[in-house]
Design a protein around this ligand. Structure first.
Ligand SMILES: Cc1ncc(COP(=O)(O)O)c(C=O)c1O
Length: 459
């Protein structure tokens, strides 16, 4: 992620941060004498402010999560009411009203018979839980050998060891090996890089080939995002998920839709699978479930997946102390009230064309190779040569993204993601309340910065 070279302001917070705070996925060594830590101190709507009072358009909803936008006092009021009523109780063998109400509300919104909600504290825990649940489900049916899971290359499913095993990003994985056994990876839907005559079902068929290769009696689940984040918003070809569903049914493999990003309006629907018309056996989610006002995640399971755990002395021997925390559940309920009252999904559906059109208008720039995504979740792939689609090598990408783009975008007041976990991309996922004013602002910053990047860095 971006590091922002600026003049050093040795505020007390800067000093304390440099001394004590360990930021995630961050090169802490970069924040020394001449690089100050970007310190966000307040937020409102689509904007955040740093310690100097500089305003930034939050073009990434923090980290694909502040879906309803910043600064909504009613979420805090819901949290405060909840603390007064019941500060905390656990879901280990007990229930509490907000977890019950939220589970019922989510089940009501989720497609088909995804009726059972297992809360977690975040996305990695949700993925971890779904993978364990898949293994446990098959074991309960006397198929304990079914333990492998299939994920896609370059996909990000989290960092805890089980979730990391599903993650398909080599340099995130190999420094922590050995990982959890049983993870298999198949090609993703990076259609921009496919030969033009490739069968659109090629990537779906690769899942079947892998299941057959591994032996269907060993495969528990396939885990896929509706739109794959890492690599830059890979959308599926038409019919991809329908074919995957067929394959999963044929080989008795569970389909997990990892919607840590793609749920809660990001694609214009409560759940990303609705956008592409498929029915998973489980949805994993987090982030926008509370619009990030409190940490929370969930696995939403079908009746079929829940069934073996519904009777006799069976139980899913798995849990987290804080999962389904009453305060987080109260905030999630307040969040869903806002979604309904302001029709945030409808707003995204009404405005996604305009948002995408703004990004498409940047295609005249020599560095813009592709624009892709869905809803308020879009990416621009950067290339050295539009005709040949030649990408940047590691060194060039480092210079372009970390040496220039990240800092320059931030300096000009736009927070977005310049990412090279696949080929270099810029990703945008603004709060779902953003509109023409924010699109114009994004356009102006991107046009300026990408033009300069081409002149100063690429040439
Ligand atoms: C698809 C997907 N799965 C899992 C995760 C992990 O979520 P968390 O960071 O809340 O653990 C993420 C995080 O971005 C994600 O995008």
């Amino acid at each position: 992620m971006a590091t922002a070279p600026q003049q050093v302001v040795d505020s007390e917070l800067q000093q304390l941060a440099r001394k004590h705070l360990w930021m995630h996925f961050s090169r802490m060594g970069a924040y020394s004498a001449d690089h100050e830590i970007p310190l966000i101190t307040r937020a409102d709507g689509c904007y955040v402010y740093d310690e100097h009072g500089n305003r930034y358009l939050d073009g990434l909803s923090a980290l694909f999560c502040v879906n309803a936008g910043h600064g909504r006092a009613e979420y805090g009021e819901a949290a405060a009411r909840q603390v007064e009523e019941l500060d905390f109780f656990t879901l280990w063998s007990y229930a509490h009203p907000r977890a019950i109400e939220l589970a019922a509300r989510i089940a009501n919104l989720a497609p088909g018979d995804l009726n059972r909600v297992f809360f977690t504290d975040g996305g990695s825990e949700a993925v971890e839980s779904a993978l364990k649940l898949a293994r446990n489900y098959h074991r309960a049916h006397g198929k304990g050998q079914k333990h492998k899971f299939i994920a896609r290359e370059v996909a990000y499913h989290g960092t805890s060891l089980g979730a990391l095993s599903a993650t398909g990003i080599t340099n995130l994985r190999n420094q922590f090996e050995p990982l959890v056994p049983g993870a298999c990876h198949v090609p993703n839907t990076n259609i921009y890089r496919w030969p033009e005559d490739r069968d659109p079902m090629w990537a779906a068929d690769a899942i079947e080939e892998r299941i057959v290769f591994e032996g269907p009696e060993t495969v528990a689940a396939v885990i896929l995002e509706p739109v794959q984040n890492a690599g830059g918003c890979f959308v599926p070809p038409d019919g991809y998920f329908q074919r995957v569903r067929e394959i999963c049914d044929q080989y008795d493999v569970l389909l997990i839709s990892d919607e840590v990003i793609c749920a809660w309006g990001r694609l214009g629907h409560y759940f990303g699978c609705e956008k592409f018309g498929y029915q998973p056996d489980m949805i994993t989610t987090a982030k926008g479930i509370t619009s990030a006002y409190a940490p929370m995640g969930a696995v939403i399971a079908s009746e079929k997946v829940f069934e073996p755990f519904s009777k006799g002395d069976a139980s899913f021997a798995h849990g987290f102390t804080f999962a389904g925390h009453p305060v987080a559940a109260a905030v999630a309920l307040a969040n869903l009230d806002v979604f309904e009252r302001e029709d945030l999904c409808g707003h995204v559906l009404a405005k996604e064309g305009e948002f995408r059109g703004m990004l498409e208008s940047l295609r005249d720039l020599p560095i813009v190779g592709d624009v892709r995504g869905a809803g308020y979740f879009q990416a621009i792939e950067l290339v050295k040569d539009k005709e040949t689609k030649e990408s940047f090598n590691d060194e060039e990408s480092e210079k372009l993204l970390r040496g220039f783009l990240s800092a320059e975008l931030y300096k000009r007041g736009l927070i977005c993601r310049a990412d090279d976990r696949g080929d270099p991309v810029i990703q945008l996922a603004p709060p779902l309340i953003s509109d023409t004013e924010q699109f114009d602002e994004i356009h102006d910053v991107l046009r300026g910065v990408l033009t300069e990047a081409w002149e100063q860095v690429v040439n």
